[in-house]
Write a protein that binds this ligand. Structure first.
Ligand code: UD1
Ligand code: UDP
Length: 383
């Protein structure tokens, strides 16, 4: 069977690579390691919308993760939501008309996700959504609109958690009839398991940033790792200023390392905020292997990223989420992830507070075989 996979933004490269590897394994063996057999080989066509395009937001992941070169690069780039999504729609439609796949796979909740799902659905091509059912219940987030619409356009919905399945049920989307709704686990968990071993061997970021002294091996580097890019935080000067002030204060306790997303860099320039951030060590965005290494060795992580919240949890690193709500409540329930919002005193106070945590339930996100399960289901799927 022929499928078209649509990606475009950093987290999608990390998610799609896990499923692409499972497809390759499946094709090699004629089945996946779960023991099922199937006659249906899968040919995957990779489409990159071009939503992310800086080397450090894009190509570095293809190189490091050994993700196949895209068969189509649509070169859409940045723009307003309507412009970016509209250009993607038009260009994706052209590819789908030419390739006539049996299925289109989309990942997560970006504009590339929505454009892929909508272009396919209008051509009556079934859509498979990986990371279906996530909800923040905050419709001012562009991602929430993308998730809602994509789920309602999809025929195969691959949920990372039980909560995601329940969220879909509340919206009337359930397994049966024409819909396939399955909890398969989280493909990002598959990726972290696979790549963290490689990161241990290959990444030199802690030494490069002088966060450890090689003479004392890897013991106890003491730094906070931060990521910040959510539009609700970066595009509001008051909020951005407040978060930076908090990070600056935390910088008195231990080094604060911030790989800077291009959106955040742009907005800090626009609002002249670099002078507020003297105690924050800003670096360029890092590769996935370097990011896993930075996360795993951090004293704590502060973030507004969806993926980074989960990675902190899987590595058992305390996380402080710079938002008022999260799609990943499983990480909050056991005390590993604290929602700290964007006010200075609250952020600083929460990072300094001692607290007890129960062991994280990583199994809530599956068993590390989400990608294999997805491939097994799509290989058996026919319209
Ligand atoms: C997008 C996703 C967000 C996801 C994030 C992952 C949407 C609506 N948002 O946000 O859900 O969490 O990716 O990182 O799809 N820019 C560059 N170089 C790049 C890419 C972006 O300079 O390679 C700058 C441009 O100024 C651009 C801005 O960043 O306008 C925002 O980029 P965009 O892709 O629109 O959204 P993200 O904030 O990256
Ligand atoms: N990431 C990375 N380098 C960075 C920042 C993040 O490799 O400098 C990885 C991170 O480990 C996670 C993914 O990118 O796997 C998360 O993407 P992002 O935060 O951009 O988007 P979100 O998950 O919020 O949609």
């Amino acid at each position: 069977m022929k499928i078209v996979t649509i990606v475009g933004a950093r987290p999608q490269f990390i998610k799609a690579v896990a499923v692409s590897r499972a497809i390759q394994e499946f094709d090699k063996k004629g089945s996946c390691s779960l023991g099922e057999t199937s006659e249906r080989r899968i040919k995957e066509i990779l489409v990159h919308t071009g939503q992310h395009y800086d080397y450090l937001m894009d190509k570095i992941f293809f190189e490091e993760l050994e993700l196949a070169r895209p068969d189509y690069h649509l070169g859409v780039g940045s723009g307003s939501h309507a412009r970016q999504t509209g250009m993607m729609l038009e260009r994706i439609e052209g590819v789908l008309q030419k390739e006539t796949p049996e299925l289109v796979m989309v990942y997560g909740d970006t504009n590339s996700t929505l454009a892929g799902a909508l272009a396919a659905a209008k051509l009556n091509i079934p859509v498979a959504h990986v990371e279906a059912g996530l909800r923040s219940f905050n419709r001012t987030m562009p991602e929430e609109i993308n998730r809602l619409l994509t789920d309602h356009l999809s025929t195969l919905l691959f949920c990372p958690t039980d909560q995601a399945v329940r969220n879909l049920l509340k919206e009337g989307i359930k397994d049966g009839g024409k819909k396939v709704v399955k909890k398969v686990g989280d493909v990002m968990y598959d990726s972290i398991l696979y790549y963290s071993k490689l990161a241990e061997k290959k990444s030199t970021i802690l030494r490069d940033l002088k966060l450890i002294n090689p003479q004392f091996a890897m013991r106890n580097p003491q730094y906070y790792l931060v990521t910040l890019h959510r539009a609700e935080n970066t595009d509001d000067p008051k909020r951005l200023n407040s978060i930076l002030k908090a990070l600056n204060k935390i910088g008195k306790d231990a080094p604060v390392i911030l790989p800077l997303h291009p959106r955040t860099k742009k907005m800090m320039n626009t609002y002249h905020l670099f002078s507020q951030a003297k105690r924050i060590r800003m670096i360029e965005p890092v590769s996935y292997l370097d990011m896993l290494t930075l996360e795993r060795n951090a004293k704590a992580i502060l973030t507004d990223s969806g993926g980074v919240q989960k990675e902190a949890y899987w590595f058992k690193i305390p996380c402080f989420t710079l938002r008022e709500e999260t799609e990943w409540m499983e990480t909050v329930e056991s005390g590993w992830n604290i929602l700290v919002g964007t006010e200075v005193e609250r952020i600083v106070g929460e990072t300094r507070r001692k607290r007890r945590r129960v062991p994280p339930k990583v199994r809530a996100f599956g068993d590390g075989k989400a990608s294999e399960k997805i491939v097994q289901i799509i290989s058996r799927y026919s319209v």
